[in-house]
Each structure stands twice: as C-alpha cells, then as structure tokens.
Write a protein that binds this ligand. Structure first.
Ligand code: AMP
Ligand code: MG
Length: 329
C-alpha cells in the first residue's frame, strides 16, 4: 500500500524531464528538483531571473522539508510524534513548536468536522492495513478495540511547555492527513521569502502555487476524472493558493470485490465509502490537505458547510456518480 504519485492533477506547460533549464526567447531560467520525502515524490519548480539564487532556495526548501519530516512522521523512531506515541498514557512529551502547531491545527479540524477527521486514528489505520496485508477483514471486536483508542479529545496540549500527551496507553497520533500540506506550505514560504518570482511545490498532489508560472500567469493545474484519467474535468489557474486531493485510488485494497480505502471514518471504525476523490483549493496547503480528507470521510452533504464556512473550494466525485455528475463547492 505505498503512496504513489497522484495521477489526478496535471500541471500544464512543461515536460516531466527536469533539471535546470535556461530557456531562450527571453524566458526566465527554470529550476526543477525532485526528491522522495514523506512517502511520496516531491517536485519543486521555480522560475526566477537568477538561476543560482533559485537553486540555493530550492535546496534550502528541501532541507527544511526533510527536517520537518523528521519531527512529524509517526514512522521515524526519533520523531516528535513517535515520542508522543511512546509516552501515551504515561507522560507529556516536549515537542518542537512546528509539531505543536500542526497538532493544534489537527485538533481544530477534528473539532470542526465532528470527529470525521481525527489525528488519533492510527490504531484503526494499522488494524486495517494489517488486515489488508493478510488479505482479510478485521473482526468487529478488533474494530471496537482499536476504535476505543481513537479520540482527539484525549489529546492534552500544553502550550506553555510545548508538550503533548495522549490520555490513554495505546493511543497513537498519525499526522498523515495534514502534515504533508504543512510541509508544502513551509517549502513555499522559504521560496517566497527568498524572493522567487514563481514557485510550485507538489508533494504527490498536495500543491502550493506561489506567484506566477513562467508564462507570467497563474500556475495551470488540471483535474482529471479519478476513474477516467484521460478526461480533464477542470483547469484551475492558481496563484498564492493551495490544492490537495484525497482519493481512493491512492492506497486501497480490494476484498470480495469491495474497495477499502486508506482513509478511515473514525466514527464507525470502517474505511470511508462513497467518495472516490475530493480535491480542495484553499489558502494554505495544510488546510487544503485537512479539508480533502474531511470531505472524503463526510461526503458532499455533510462536508459542504465546512468547506463553505472556511471559504475554500472543492470538487467531489462519488463512486455511483456518472461522468459529469461531480459536485463543486
Ligand atoms: P490524505 O491522503 O491526506 O487524505 O491522508 C490519508 C492518511 O491520513 C491515511 O493514510 C492515514 O494515515 C490518515 N488518516 C486516515 N483516516 C483519517 C481520518 N479520518 N482523519 C485523519 N487522518 C486520517
Ligand atoms: Mg489530507
């Protein structure tokens, strides 16, 4: 169940072959760089008159992304999140301000989604991915047991000491639905602060578009139909905004003809059903990332008020909707 590059978003205007490209015709140099981070491919494209300054800014952004991954990943033993998880039900763990910030944001989205989003979902995520590996479904009892350890209200945040504690032993945080967006924002911030004319950061479909693309306009991002990728459903021109998608084509397993996604509805303990893809445009990638996961769990009717309240935009596809029936918010 590896996280592969989301095929849903296409970015127009340049080929996939990257590297430094100093185009003729008076165009500005284009610096492109790709690395594997956070379980996905991260692409950065910068256009700026000074190619050397652009290269320096890009490597700074990647270094920062690696540092943040080292704090936020539940799969890195020395990370802040692992420290919190190991001390669940025992004592608070002191964390970096960035970690504290992301967890506080995660709690905010958990609250406003009524628990459809829950960063303590890890016990259920592991139960379902373990079952997928064995090619079977978890038992009802296992789902209840894991579900009893999932509750964002049991996260104790102590701002003064920058510490976080999980109330019960066995609880575990998983920032997988929000951390990538945060890291994308931080990378874009570094590129912007370095004075880059335009920059696009794309972490496997979690995107921030800063400034203008090399054509002098917004970055053009196309949205493909999740089941018919040859169909481009929409093209957004994005400037100083973020886009993120949650989809069931990304990581899933099929059991007796039913597709089970990697996104769990914490309220039922079952993989979310119905939505096949949710794309959100928002001011920050952290918000777009969180909202895309929320919409994936809630579906259109319950998710719409949340998207509207935050002034974001979304495109949603359901498994039983025909082509052209997708909903826009
Ligand atoms: P995303 O691709 O941003 O929707 O994030 C999906 C990842 O977030 C999963 O792989 C899990 O690690 C985690 N996750 C799954 N379900 C939830 C949920 N309901 N709330 C928060 N995180 C979740
Ligand atoms: Mg997300």
């Amino acid at each position: 169940m590896s996280n592969r590059l989301k095929p849903l978003l296409i970015i127009f205007g340049f080929s996939a072959a990257l590297m430094v490209f100093a185009a003729g015709c008076g165009r500005m140099p284009l610096v492109k760089h790709r690395e594997h981070l956070m379980g996905t491919t991260v692409d950065v494209t910068v256009h700026h008159p000074d190619a050397r300054a652009a290269e320096d800014a890009v490597s700074l952004a990647f270094r920062e992304a690696a540092r943040l991954e080292g704090l936020l990943s539940a799969y890195i033993d020395e990370s802040d999140v692992s420290g919190i998880n190991k001390n669940a039900g025992v004592q608070p763990a002191v964390v970096a301000p960035e970690t504290f910030y992301v967890i506080r944001q995660a709690v905010k989205y958990s609250k406003l989604s009524g628990g459809a989003f829950d960063v303590t979902v890890m016990p259920l995520v592991e139960l379902w991915s373990g079952a997928a590996l064995r090619g079977e479904l978890p038992s009802e009892r296992e789902i209840l047991e894991a579900g009893a350890l999932v509750d964002f209200r049991e996260i104790i945040l102590d701002e003064k000491n920058s510490s976080v504690m999980l109330g019960k032993k066995g609880m575990r945080l998983d920032l997988g639905a929000i951390a990538k967006g945060f890291v994308v924002d931080k990378m874009a911030e570094i590129l912007r602060d370095a004075g880059m004319r335009g920059a696009l950061v794309n972490a496997g479909g979690d995107i921030y578009a800063h400034g203008t693309s090399y054509g002098g306009e917004g970055w053009r991002i196309g949205l493909r139909h999740p089941r018919s990728p040859e169909r481009v459903v929409d093209v957004f021109s994005v400037t100083n905004r973020a886009v993120a998608t949650s989809g069931d084509y990304e990581r899933f397993f099929i059991y007796e003809g039913v597709r089970y996604s990697h996104i769990i509805d914490p309220r039922s303990g079952m993989p979310a059903r119905g939505v096949i893809s949710a794309t959100v445009l928002a001011g920050t990638c952290l918000e777009a990332d969180a909202l895309a996961t929320i919409l994936f769990v809630t579906g259109y009717a319950d998710g719409r008020p949340i998207i509207e309240e935050l002034g974001a935009e979304a495109v949603l596809f359901n498994e039983d909707w025909e082509y052209g029936d997708e909903k826009r918010i």
